[in-house]
Design a protein around this ligand. Structure first.
Ligand code: NAD
Length: 359
């Protein structure tokens, strides 16, 4: 089969064991550590997740080397430096990251520097746990890369951990997950299996989010959302992301906008822009959302009290739109539609104003 054959593909899902069940944070994490032969684990988390992380540390018992509660959004280099020092001082042979993408990102930064294995116990739907992508922020710029050494060896999904995730953050984190699947569906390197996980990820997450919003204490709804996060995260790990991820990366790294909320506001506009150039992917997304207007459905899905409606509300200045568009245009390596400065500016303006996406 030649590379130019439209049916040719290369497929590479990460070698990661995944457990999903209520209570797994406390019961499965020690089991996973034992399976991996780890005997001295440092537990990493952010300040707000410290109580849960301590419960995981207690469950690890004598195999816990301490709790390091310094994770911060986008992994500032100095935060990573301190975590590496803590790992060395504790003589740890591995880490457990308990929390959202920020805690898992810190675990990945430690793995990148030390080569130590990581177990991830996610408490949001960011999907970072299913990828070998790391990120580090220095002097206001975020660098990212791929390295198999940062891929968590085991992922422990516990819906009980997500019961405390407020509804607005549940919705935006869920749409963050859907964004991975959307871009995987039109990625140039998406394999047939990646397309299946991505379409199913959109379907499962889009069904789970209204259930979570209606009853945030429902364990089945929370399990379904984590199931969706897993599928979407797998898609992210296996495919090259396009314009949407680049745009959100710049808005987060250079303008300090919050991750999940930014993804939520930008995604409908990017999909409206890209859909005409990616008809197969657009059809799959519409099928998964059970709609004939996928950008509009993604715009409506997270609309609830407490969810920001516009990038203006998140604090982006109107004067930054053109600058952000400049930073993105010419920097996107994989996107179904040619990325023009005018196109990016139109997307940014729509998200800035919180307008409905225009096909
Ligand atoms: P986050 O981890 O920063 O969490 C957001 C907020 O929610 C924090 O204040 C946190 O304390 C709180 N929180 C988390 N779980 C909670 C829970 N169960 N209950 C109550 N509060 C809870 O945000 P995120 O959106 O999960 O992750 C964003 C970060 O992850 C960004 O830095 C992003 O770049 C990175 N990320 C990386 C990848 C990758 O593949 N490398 C993928 C997705 C996201």
């Amino acid at each position: 089969m030649k590379d130019s054959d439209p049916l040719a593909f290369t497929h590479d899902f990460p070698p990661v064991r995944t457990v999903l069940r209520p209570g797994a944070a406390l019961t499965a994490t020690p089991e996973e550590a034992r399976r991996l032969g780890l005997r001295r684990l440092l537990v990493l988390c952010g300040a707000r997740g410290a109580d849960t992380a301590r419960a995981v540390a207690d469950a690890l018992g004598e195999h816990c080397a301490g709790v390091h509660a310094e994770a911060r959004m986008h992994v500032p280099v100095e935060v990573a430096d301190r975590a590496v020092e803590a790992v060395r001082a504790a003589g740890a042979d591995g880490c457990v990251a308990v929390g959202g993408g920020s805690a898992i990102g810190l675990g990945k930064a430690v793995a990148l520097r030390t080569g130590l294995p990581l177990i991830a116990v996610p408490s949001t739907y960011s999907g970072s746990e299913m990828t070998s992508v790391w990120g580090l922020t220095q002097h206001g710029a975020k660098r990212t890369g791929r390295d198999p050494v940062v891929q968590p060896r085991s992922v422990v999904y516990d819906p009980e951990l997500t019961l405390s995730l407020p509804v607005p953050l549940s919705l935006t984190s869920g749409v963050n997950a859907i964004a991975h699947a959307v871009e995987a569906l039109y990625a140039p390197d998406a394999s047939p299996l990646t397309k299946l996980t991505a379409e199913e990820g959109v379907r499962v997450m889009a069904r789970a989010l209204p259930e979570v919003a209606a009853d945030p204490g429902s364990l089945p709804a929370r399990s379904r959302a984590l199931h969706g996060a897993w599928l979407c995260g797998l898609s992210l790990g296996a495919a090259t992301m396009g314009l949407h991820h680049k745009l959100c990366h710049v808005l987060g790294g250079s303008y300090g906008l919050p991750h999940a909320e930014t993804h939520t506001l930008v995604l409908p506009h990017v999909l409206a822009y890209n859909a005409p150039a990616a008809p197969e992917a657009a059809a799959a997304i519409a099928r998964a959302l059970n709609t004939d207007d996928a950008p509009r459905a993604l715009w409506e899905l997270p609309r609830a009290p407490g969810v920001p409606r516009s990038l203006a509300e998140l604090g982006l200045a109107e004067a930054d739109l053109a600058r952000a568009a400049d930073q993105v245009t010419g920097e996107v390596s994989a996107n179904p539609r040619t990325v023009t400065a005018e196109g990016v500016l139109g997307i940014l303006r729509g998200a800035y104003e919180g307008a409905a996406p225009v096909p």
